[in-house]
Ligand binder design. Structure first.
Ligand code: NAI
Ligand code: HPV
Length: 526
């Protein structure tokens, strides 16, 4: 039974889902880094929010971890490259808390416009400072949205409802989408100069880190108000503090901080700053959504191989997973076959998909083929890490898809590996029995199932060879389970692919290699 650790505060709905699905679950929140490192090797899955930091040392210690599920959106607390290199899938729940977070941003903007938290505290203190709190209207004001994805778009919609003018800076926002949303698509500088309110909704990346610094603030309107319900690192807190002190920025509403949990911060105590403790996603609705989703996604992956909302792997739906599975096996076998025969540096890999398989999730299949290919060459590789490892090694990977099969097989998959020395291709199909078959090696037709122990021989097609080979194996007590032959023509290049019942020893291999007409013999394992 797979085992999952919930290490941040998740709705109990997640525990129920795991239990119903037959996944063992432990809940241990508030763990120190070293405590997490100590226990993480017991788990196949880890369910987190933003508090748990899944850093390289945690990943290194996670010997059995297959999936990290983020009950929420931002995954900047997970070292994705480290997880990917280790073959751990990282998934999030990209929509579960977006309405809630957008509503928080709007609430923060309104609170900022009318000094609600300050006025609230003053009134509770019996001060009745009616003239102190002079607010501003938002109607007809310009809201600048930096990052107009899921949350930014909802904020835009709500702001338009408040009769604001909305401009957005987002390099990935198409003009058509901007028009549909009713927002003006602008460059960052224009947004900074035009906006009365600015709200941030980008992920924290190397590109967005410090996007609001002294330089950006200098371009803003005097008296601008800034809302940040995205990530702390987007705004340089020291620069914001200076601008709040000078009056350049009239107010800031912050849900997120450079360092969290934020127990101390240069902005704390400032009169024109409103703070909430990373509450953007904290509604009962959103927490129920993300907990249910993440538990379903983690359970699906651990129990069925279905992949949903992964950051570092193409999605495979629950419907697709069983259909894809024999093709994944075939792709892995083709890769493994080629990988075991490859002795020099790989330059490129081409995957051709013909017929039914061309309409499937070929990225998942290509990843499986790369995994099979690289496994004999690299110690630690799986379908998640294989594409990254291939890229790191400058291996060019290409996919070719043809809806109509060109040959006799309804569905056909061919892997061609180009190395410094040669090009080798191997093709296969899946029959209606669901079993993968090898159907071509180096352009020679055959029809072979691949068993755990195989002997692969390339030879000249000459009489007596098969008998001699049979004798060598027989004399060594190696039982033949299956014998498959292919050749380019009578008397020309030929291959034999023999399934045997036990491991082919070095001595047997040597004897086969020494037979007349043999060019090369190799023992392969699957
Ligand atoms: N305060 C909280 O509790 C919560 C905070 N968040 C934060 O909000 C962020 C946004 O979430 P979603 O809207 O769901 O993500 P999303 O991926 O749908 O949208 C992000 C948008 O930012 C844009 N973007 C990326 N780089 C950019 C750049 N350099 N300049 C301008 N725009 C850029 C993208 O094109 C995309 O449209 C999350 O990454 C997370 O960090 C999300 C949920 C709750
Ligand atoms: O979903 C996100 O990106 C969030 O920032 C929400 O964080 P939380 O789950 O409340 O720790």
């Amino acid at each position: 039974m797979p085992k999952v650790l919930i290490s941040d505060k998740l709705s109990p709905a997640a525990i129920d889902i795991f239990k119903q699905r037959g996944v063992e679950v432990d809940v241990k929140t508030g763990l120190e880094r070293d405590e997490l490192i100590k226990i993480i090797d017991q788990y196949d899955g880890l369910a987190i929010r933003s508090a748990t930091k899944v850093t390289q040392p945690v990943i290194d210690a996670a010997k059995n971890l297959k999936v990290v599920g983020r009950a929420g959106i931002g995954v900047d607390n997970v070292d994705i490259p480290a997880a990917t290199a280790k073959g751990i899938i990282v998934m999030n729940t990209p929509f579960g808390n977006s309405i809630t977070t957008a509503e928080h941003a709007i609430a923060m903007m309104m609170a900022l416009a009318r000094d609600i938290p300050q006025a609230n505290a003053s009134t509770h203190a019996g001060k009745w400072e009616k003239s102190k709190f002079m607010g501003v209207e938002v109607t007809a004001k310009t809201l600048g949205i930096i990052g107009c994805g899921n949350i930014g778009s909802i904020v835009a919609d709500r702001a338009l409802g408040l009769r604001m003018k909305v401009v957005a800076f987002d390099p990935f926002l198409t003009p058509e989408r901007a028009q549909d949303l009713g927002v003006g698509k602008v460059e960052l500088d224009e947004l900074l100069t035009r906006a009365d309110f600015i709200t941030l909704h980008t992920p924290l990346t190397d590109k967005t880190r410090n996007i609001i610094d002294a330089n950006a603030i200098a371009k803003m309107k005097d008296g601008v108000r800034i809302v940040n319900c995205a990530r702390g690192g987007l705004v340089v807190e020291a620069d914001l503090k200076a601008a709040l002190e000078s009056g350049k920025v009239a107010g800031a509403a912050l849900d997120v901080f450079e360092e969290e949990p934020a127990k101390e911060n240069p902005l704390f105590g400032m009169e024109n700053v409103i703070c909430t403790p990373h509450l953007g996603a904290s509604t009962s609705e959103a927490q129920e959504n993300v907990a249910l989703q993440v538990a379903e996604q983690i359970a699906d992956y651990l129990l069925t191989g279905a992949v949903t909302n992964a950051i570092n792997m193409p999605s495979i739906s629950a419907d697709e997973a069983p259909k894809l599975s024999p093709f994944v096996k075939l792709a892995d076998l083709l890769g493994s076959f080629a990988g075991q025969l490859t002795e020099t540096g790989i330059e490129s890999v081409t995957l051709e998909y013909e017929g039914e398989v061309a309409g499937m999730n070929t990225r998942a299949l290509t990843n499986a083929a790369l995994c099979g290919l690289l496994k004999p060459l690299l110690a630690d590789v799986n379908v998640v890490s294989a594409p990254v490892l291939a890229k790191q090694r400058d291996i060019n990977v290409e996919e070719v898809k043809r809806e109509e099969p060109r040959g006799v097989y309804e569905t056909y998959m061919r892997l061609t590996v180009k190395t410094e020395r040669q090009e080798r291709s191997v093709a296969g199909t899946v029959f209606s029995d669901g079993k993968p078959r090898l159907i071509q090696v180096k352009g020679m037709n055959m029809e072979a199932e691949l068993g755990p122990h195989m002997l692969y021989v390339t030879n000249e097609d000459k009489p007596g060879f098969i008998g001699a080979l049979g004798s060598v194996l027989g004399n060594a007590g190696v039982n033949i389970a299956n014998f498959n032959l292919g050749r380019t023509g009578a008397g020309a290049d030929a291959i034999a692919l023999i399934e045997v019942d036990q491991e082919v020893t070095e001595d047997v291999l040597k004897a086969v290699n020494e037979l007349p007409h043999v060019r090369q013999a190799k023992a392969l394992k699957f």
